[in-house]
Design a protein around this ligand. Structure first.
Ligand code: DQA
Length: 144
């Protein structure tokens, strides 16, 4: 099983960006935790972070024939990127939407996810654990 792990804009700042909301873990810490869980589940992961919408779309296109599933924290793009939504849908892969914070209980603009309709599941509000839950969910989904 192979999973493409994508982190979008500003997630490279985790650890110093609003720790009261996003926690103290850095993206490196999160990637380590994801990798650790992936080994237990027998999943190979490839992880990327980019601040660019087009790069996320290019990565989905580049890896859609390699991956069996996509795990994505799209950052703020979650709330308005129809281009990203189209790319996820076009990949034909099961996708899990991830957020460290609970977007349903924050500012109004964060309550909407335009990628949710093309994702098989949404995991949020649990910090690093949101990623772990999403990975387990994808493992189940891929195993069918
Ligand atoms: C986030 C939530 C988004 O609203 C925000 O723009 C982020 C991080 C989260 O993980 O909680 O960058 O995706």
């Amino acid at each position: 099983m192979k999973v493409l792990v994508l982190n979008g804009p500003n997630l490279h700042l985790l650890g110093r960006r609003k720790p009261e909301i996003y926690g103290k873990a850095t993206l490196h810490d999160i990637n380590k935790a994801v990798l650790n869980e992936a080994v237990k589940l027998g999943i190979t992961v490839k992880s990327f972070q980019t601040n660019y919408e087009g790069k996320l779309i290019d990565l989905i296109t580049e890896y859609m024939d390699w991956a069996d599933g996509i795990m994505i924290n799209a950052g703020a793009l979650t709330h308005y990127s129809y281009a990203l939504r189209d790319a996820i849908e076009a990949s034909g892969l099961p996708a899990a939407e991830v957020h460290l914070s609970d977007i349903s209980s924050r500012e109004d603009f964060r309550r909407i996810s335009v990628i949710l309709p093309v994702c098989a599941g949404q995991f949020m509000g649990k910090g690093t654990e949101s990623y772990i839950e999403a990975l387990r969910f994808l493992a189940e989904k891929i195993r069918g």
